[in-house]
Design a protein around this ligand. Sequence first.
Ligand code: NDP
Ligand code: GDR
Length: 361
Amino acid sequence: MKKTAIITGVTGQDGAYLAELLLNKGYIVHGIKRRTSLINTARIDHLCRKEGEKDFFLHNGDLTDSTNLIRLVQETQPDEIYNLAAQSHVQVSFETPEYTANSDALGPLRILEAIRILQLTEKTKFYQASTSELYGLVQEVPQTERTPFYPRSPYAAAKLYAYWITVNYREAYNIYACNGILFNHESPLRGETFVTRKITRGVARIKFGLQKKILLGNLDAKRDWGHAKDYVEAMWKMMQLDKAEDFVIATNKTHSVRSFVELAFKEIGIEIIWEGKGINEKGINSNTGEVLVEVDSKFFRPTEVDLLIGDATKAQHKLDWFPRVSLSELVQDMVASDILSVKRDIFCLENGFDVPHYNEN
Ligand code: NDP
Ligand code: GDR
């Protein structure tokens, strides 16, 4: 008997990797996608197109609409629900705090309620995409499952509610409900406005003359960056235990945004040297003196998370999970993929076709 899973946020970075992983494991996968005015399935088109593929289904839905969540859970009677959908951009959450709370905090509550109302508490397991942003203002390093939370954005505050409502439904109703406290994870599928992808895409565009420089915010922020492919495996492993528990998933290494910039430019043979301080800091091509990176205050956040580094010892012991991809391999993967897509853009431009415009947010 095949297992059935629902993935919310299936059109996102993690949703795409997780859908592929579950299909490869023989699951029937129901993905929930929200309606957008432009098609948003680029990351999962290869799964939809698979010849004879009968195990992957897409449904329109939204985390802000309980009626559709209840209906889909009822229709599909899933063994596992992975709640990956969210307004996931920290900076955007300062501009859309109420919407972020509605989707990121109340969204998971609506799914948990669907499980309860439909009397699936003994059948359906629930995974909540929790985040290292919960740690916020540094209380302890490295951060573990026991480190106190101190959210620093509307996004993190919403995810804090989601974290605790997941714990509460586990304790109150005995639902198999777990939190994966995942530290930053990236990939060629990462959204273009997150810092890593913004950098690797910028590097590829600079290489081919489509862009002159990259504008960034806080270069001092430090993150524990892993590869999304490794991290979705941890999600699945968390859902296969006898008893639900919460886990930190991280590499236990941290690097600044500035070092990420250096590594990415190294991939195209450019050494970056830094000049100036604060808002006047610039990243310069050590050979030519060209300014390739500038700081722009519009990318600073009202409150920042300065330092994240996770201790995934519990996941190593209980899930036998280890990160496989190093930061330099991750950067290589992302820059190589962005170079390919820039080549595709250039081919289009040379043949008279327009390509999507660059958006700096
Ligand atoms: P993405 O932003 O790439 O994907 C988010 C997904 O959620 C997209 O499919 C998006 O749809 C969908 N979505 C957004 N709002 C709604 C809504 N109201 N109703 C239904 N769907 C919605 O995020 P990631 O894949 O990177 O992250 C997955 C989850 O993990 C998120 O919850 C994120 O907060 C969390 N997380 C991510 C980490 C990371 O480093 N990547 C680390 C820790 C946690 P659309 O495609 O239309 O935009
Ligand atoms: P983060 O990721 O906020 O950690 O949230 P992001 O890549 O947006 O920022 C990382 C750090 O880089 C700094 N930064 C910039 N960030 C962006 N986006 N753009 C810039 O130009 C820029 N310049 C510097 C930021 O200030 C920050 O310190 C991600 C999301 O995936 C969340 O959903 C997830 O929960 C966490 O990771 C873990």
